[in-house]
Design a protein around this ligand. Structure first.
Ligand code: FAD
Ligand code: SF4
Ligand code: SF4
Length: 814
């Protein structure tokens, strides 16, 4: 007897995952054919957000490439849409790349996913209006971002916010329109939602809340969006991310039971014999799920059913969500709003911007919301799923770090040991504990990176890394290489850490960005927006006098040497040493502002003058007229040295804070650093210059100066630590030079001193700068770096090629 014919409609995440399981359980039971309407092998839709943001390439999100289908003897028709099912004749008809076909089946699986919902308002069919669901949609958005300036995303849910973040990354101005007053209201309570909004606003996203979209404006292409209240906003691109609808048309027309999705029982069987449905198109016990983890749980049950292997029925899933937006950590799992039967355990730390809530019903945890620190999400999710009894746990420790003793009974290792083999560890990629443990044993893996490469676990959001590490530890015992596992590669294009990249550059004498990627074996030859600027910085730090800056590896503000503002104009901030100016300098700034119709002149928090709203073509002429150095208001470099008036004028001042600030700024201006650096000098311990929250704060005391290191007044406020107390101005200069050079040499690119000092340790840094020999060596290397700096505005004014390349100046004969 020949093999049974199994036919899958939908080459997406849920369907192919079920086939993968089936192939393991019963490799030869079926002759398998898959029809997919999209022209690719199956891919990880979750990762589209990374593709949109430019962090990942399309090919990298393929879950199984064409070879996999071939190796497994699976017939795949891509670009082939099934148009009807005949359950009586057991056939499906399709059309597309392979032409019209009718194909018979013994067993049929429908996994057609969902369609993105497009609000049926006038204009919704215009070019420039895009839904967000597929690789094609992502490509369209990336293409639009190259040509157009302003995007409006309708929908403040997970998908809308991820789309908005991606478009911001692509340099667009982005407004998110949301009908309710709270973002992600299906996953977050009001407190978390407001924290999220503030955090995204700080990233440059704008919000139009409580707005109902009524009409898309434009004739040939979308030009704006009008709201029900009569107001409107301009838009070159409109992205609809307002929800999904299960794709049930085939099933409905074939007479299957359909409510919202295709009705399935606990074995994923539909109302027609031998026809199954799985994934977003299915509705189980009244629920149609829109996230991957439940769909994979369904797939595992379906595979067993098809393989004829006994197994537990599918009884529904507890869902959880993480927002994949860098710099914003949000998690929500299970129930997230209190009701009469639940009690909430809450931590709200305004200071660090952390909010955590766990909901308990009776003796069981039923849900959690985490904002700002989501390290406990996987552990909490396990407690929710396993319905663990929390009466034996110490309540205050419930919200402690995953590794903490007592935090859920036995820490992370105890928890992974208790997990069943088919329990999903990595929800984003559907990788179970069993798969990870076999890969560790069979492939001899010893690091989290190794597990990631072999199984895809932790490839997306990375939230499951602590669990993978714990599995390595429990599987390998003493052989577990904790140090290698803790190693973080600088980005997904390489497995090398910062230290390894820096050592590689030094040992092999590498001199430019592409060479580093080539010689050190980058997986992605072009690199990405994360590693290219980092490598560019490391090269310039190692070879300051010989390195030629790779402008293409700079973020746009640093490339342009001006901050691009929300409306596409630039801001010009001239250097104003120590926050001190002169009447003639002021007059010049005022005249230039008038000449170029600068709409806004503002004093910055760092005591300088910001000329806002400057057109790109005016930048170079303005710099010429100003004839002042760049204030580096855009750079990973020394920004400002804020000063108080000090001994010259203040009744309390014991030292010349202005003089000291000016000297420091003159010495260290233009210095490239891993992240921006701000300083302040106060003339007495009253500290009017706020030296306690600067990367380096200097405070005059009787007979000397106190130096405060690692302060930060930004998103994560941190008070600086007393690094040293010194006597003379010469000491101040030397200590600061050594401190900054040590930070330059050991800081990860993008890491502020406030994070760096915690990572490397205050005592360690103190030991380095207090050691006279090391201090001298560091100062020497600092001098070498400073000697190589040039003022970028002056360079642009004097170099026609730079003007032409960057500022599109049309040269005219003089
Ligand atoms: C940008 C984005 C980010 C996301 N982020 C997350 C996240 O962080 N976490 C999470 O859990 N989930 C996330 N999701 C949701 C997740 O991707 C889906 O839940 C999952 O892909 C659904 O799997 P599925 O197989 O049911 O549907 P799909 O993966 O959509 O697969 C269905 C396939 O069927 C094909 N098809 C449809 N009709 C036909 C037909 N008639 N003939 C042939 N083929 C057909 C479609 O072309 C499609 O390829 C995200 C989704 C998007 C779009
Ligand atoms: S410092 Fe002020 S202007 Fe700059 S990002 Fe923060 S809030 Fe916005
Ligand atoms: S810090 Fe001291 S010296 Fe400076 S302005 Fe304040 S009181 Fe005066």
């Amino acid at each position: 007897m020949g093999k049974e014919k199994l036919l899958l409609i939908g080459n997406g995440m849920a369907g192919v995952n079920a086939i993968e399981h089936l192939k393991k359980l019963a490799p030869d039971k079926y002759d398998i054919t898959i029809f997919g309407a999209e022209p690719y092998p199956n891919y990880n839709r979750i990762m589209l957000s990374y593709v949109l943001a430019g962090d990942t390439k399309q090919e990298e999100i393929y879950i199984n490439d064409y070879d996999w289908y071939e190796k497994n003897g699976i017939r795949l028709y891509t670009g082939q849409r099934v148009s009807s099912i005949d359950p009586a004749a057991k056939t499906v008809t399709s059309d597309g790349a392979a032409g019209p076909m009718t194909t018979s089946y013994d067993k049929l699986v429908i996994a057609t996913g969902s369609n993105a919902f497009v609000i049926p308002i006038p204009g919704s069919q215009l070019p420039g209006v895009i839904a967000y669901r597929t690789i094609r949609d992502t490509e369209l958005m990336r293409e639009a971002a190259k040509k157009y300036k302003k995007a409006v995303v309708i929908g403040g849910g997970l998908l809308g916010l991820e789309a908005a973040r991606g478009l911001l990354n692509l340099g667009m101005q982005v407004e998110v329109v949301h009908i309710g007053d709270c973002l992600m209201e299906r996953q977050l309570d009001k407190t978390a939602s407001k924290l999220l909004q503030t955090s995204l606003e700080q990233q440059g996203m704008k919000f139009l809340m409580e707005k109902s979209s009524a009409e898309i404006l434009g004739k040939e292409r979308a030009t704006g969006l009008k709201f029900a209240d009569g107001t409107w906003t301009e838009a070159d691109l409109i992205v609809m991310a307002v929800g999904i609808r299960p794709n049930v048309s085939l099933a409905k027309e074939a007479g299957l039971d359909v409510v919202q999705g295709i009705t399935v029982n606990d074995w994923l069987e539909t109302s027609a014999p031998d026809v199954y449905a799985v994934g977003e198109c299915a509705q189980h016990r009244g629920v149609a799920y829109g996230l991957v983890a439940p769909l994979y749980e369904q797939g595992a049950v379906l595979a067993k059913r098809l393989a004829g292997v006994d197994g537990a029925p599918y009884e529904g899933s507890v869902v959880y969500t993480k927002l994949k937006v860098s710099g914003v950590d949000v998690f929500s799992g299970g129930q997230f709003i209190e009701d009469a039967e639940t009690k909430a355990i809450r931590v709200h730390d305004d200071w660090s911007g952390i909010y955590k809530k766990v909901l308990v019903k009776g003796s069981k945890i039923v849900g959690a919301v985490l904002f700002g620190d989501t390290s406990e999400s996987t552990r909490l999710m396990q407690l929710i799923k396993s319905q663990a009894d929390i009466t034996k746990m110490e309540i205050t420790k419930l919200l402690q770090e995953s590794g903490a003793e007592g935090g859920g009974g036995g820490g992370t290792e105890g928890m992974v040991a208790a997990m069943a083999d088919d329990a999903v560890v990595c929800g984003c990629n559907g990788v179970s504990k069993g798969t990870i443990c076999s890969a560790i044993r069979e492939c001899g893996l010893t690091t989290v990176e190794g597990v990631k490469d072999a199984t895809t676990a932790s490839r997306s959001c990375g939230g499951c890394k602590p669990l993978v590490a714990a599995l390595l530890k429990t599987t390998l015992g003493d052989e577990f290489d904790a140090a290698a596992s803790a190693k973080a590669s600088i980005c997904g294009c390489t497995t090398l850490s910062r230290e390894e990249v820096v050592a590689g550059i030094k040992e092999k004498g590498l001199t430019h960005v592409r060479e580093v990627m080539h010689v050190l074996g980058w997986k992605e030859p072009e690199g990405c927006s994360k590693c290219r600027p980092a490598v560019n910085y490391y090269l310039s730090m190692i070879n300051p006098s010989t390195y030629k800056d790779d402008r293409t590896s700079r973020f746009v503000n640093e490339r342009m040497h001006a901050n691009i503002q929300k409306d596409g104009t630039y801001s010009v901030v001239p250097r104003m040493y120590g926050g001190v100016t002169t009447p003639s300098e002021l007059k010049k700034i005022a005249e230039v502002a008038e000449k170029y119709n600068v709409p806004t002149v503002k004093l910055t928090g760092g005591q300088r003058i910001d000329l806002l709203g400057v057109k790109k073509e005016d930048l170079v002429p303005m710099w010429t007229d100003l004839d002042m150095p760049s204030g580096y208001a855009y750079g990973k470099a020394l920004r400002t040295v804020k000063t108080c008036v000090g001994a010259d004028f203040c009744r309390f001042g014991t030292a010349d804070s202005m003089g000291m600030g000016i000297a420091l700024e003159k010495k260290f201006e233009r210095l490239n650093t891993p992240a921006k650096v701000k300083m302040a000098v106060s003339g007495c311990p009253r500290n009017c210059a706020e030296s306690g929250i600067k990367d380096m704060g200097i405070v005059a005391i009787d007979g000397g100066w106190e130096l405060y290191a690692g302060g930060n007044g930004g998103v994560k406020v941190r008070a600086g630590d007393l690094l040293a107390t010194v006597k003379t101005e010469q000491d101040v200069m030397e200590y600061i030079a050594a401190y900054l050079q040590y930070y330059r040499e050991t800081g990860n690119y993008g890491e502020r001193t406030s994070e760096w000092i915690v990572r490397v340790g205050l005592d360690h840094v103190r030991g380095v700068v207090e050691d006279a020999d090391r201090r001298r060596e560091l100062c020497e290397r600092m001098d070498e770096a400073l000697a190589a700096t040039k003022d970028p505005w002056k360079e642009a004014v004097e170099t026609a090629a730079i003007r032409k390349d960057l500022y599109e100046v049309i040269e005219t004969a003089k």
